[in-house]
Design a protein around this ligand. Structure first.
Ligand code: AMP
Ligand code: MG
Length: 319
């Protein structure tokens, strides 16, 4: 514990000095930088190759810390009370612009905020005592990292430190809910918190067409993409394809096969999604066929990521 404690302290010091520290959250590994430090935030965009119009999420230790710079109305307070810490990001009016770099918010009058639940992320945020931007610690447009090894493989040289907290327990990014307008709520990105539990708390949330080209700033079509083509809703395996299976009856005939969840558990599938995509992407195959995934629970977020990962290269990409 002493070791872990001093590692967190070292990581906090590095962040406060403008360093980049990757750390585990319950969703995916984040590439951390002090939210108010323009230079550090600039380094995040460069390290990721992320377009400047795609704003970052500010991570804080508590709802009270979020309320210092973001305006939480009744709906936001209800959601934060119920689901923070956890895989829910709220887009809110930015109350104190100086609290975060305009580079981090892409110059918007709103800010995305989350209180992560992972114990290492919490300890780090408590030690820093300031908001920390933490987009996924991968190159923009690619597969998000769910282990420290993924982070080191992809961004190692650009980082000052990586905290290793083992595999991420949720495995898919946070659900982003836009509450910046007083009369309407939107889900900008389905994620680790199921829409139905959010709606049970604040009522129905405006539907955004799944194929809407731009659901939030920076959210362009191709994203979360392996280098091999993805072929979705496969009902048979074609020659030369790897298979990403789901459920107790995987298709036959694949040269390489991984099963997201042999028992058909969507939480397990979300946890395995990115690591299995990374693994199959390294195989000498023509394409990755993916079996149908049910749309309930975390299936909505899994389908969103796979759908964006399947958009052909050459389309616009985002981080
Ligand atoms: P990530 O890249 O996983 O950190 O996800 C951050 C996502 O949150 C981005 O794709 C943005 O589109 C979204 N986001 C961040 N800030 C805002 C904002 N102020 N308004 C709307 N969406 C935002
Ligand atoms: Mg990302």
């Amino acid at each position: 514990m002493t070791g872990a404690r001093s590692e967190i302290e070292r990581a906090a010091e590095l962040l406060l000095k403008g360093g980049l520290v990757a750390f585990p959250t319950e969703t995916v590994y984040g590439l951390g930088a002090l939210a108010c430090n323009d230079k550090a935030i600039g380094r995040v965009y460069v390290a990721k190759g992320r377009p400047g119009h795609n704003p970052l999420i500010a991570h804080v230790a508590s709802r009270a810390d979020a309320a210092v710079f973001a305006d939480l109305d009744q709906r936001a307070t209800a959601l934060a009370e119920r689901f923070w810490p956890g895989p829910l990001t709220l887009v809110l009016p930015l109350k104190v612009p100086a609290a975060v770099s305009p580079v981090m918010t892409a110059g918007l009058a709103t800010v995305a905020v989350r209180v992560p639940a992972h114990p290492m992320a919490r300890a780090l945020l408590e030690a820093v005592e300031l908001p920390v931007a933490a987009p996924s610690a991968n190159r923009s447009g690619g597969i998000s990292p769910t282990t420290a090894g993924h982070v080191v493989d992809e961004l190692g040289d650009a980082l000052d430190m990586v905290l290793d907290g083992g595999p991420c327990p949720v495995g898919i990014e946070s659900t982003v809910v836009d509450l910046s307008a007083p009369d309407v709520a939107h889900i900008l990105r389905p994620g680790g918190l199921d829409r139905t539990v959010i709606e049970a708390c604040v009522g129905p949330i405006a539907a955004t067409a799944a194929n809407a080209p731009l659901r939030g700033p920076g959210m362009l079509a191709r994203h979360y993409a392996p280098s091999h083509p993805l072929r979705l809703n496969a009902t048979r395996v074609r020659p030369g394809e790897a298979l990403l299976a789901f459920g107790p009856r995987p298709l036959e005939g694949a040269a390489h096969m991984l099963n997201l969840s042999p028992s058909g558990d969507l939480d397990e599938a979300a946890r395995n999604l990115y690591a299995m995509l990374r693994d199959l992407d390294q195989r000498p195959v023509r394409a990755i066929a993916v079996m149908p995934i049910p749309a309930r629970g975390l299936g909505e977020a899994i389908a969103d990521r796979l759908g964006r990962g399947a958009v052909p290269a050459g389309s616009a990409s985002a981080a």
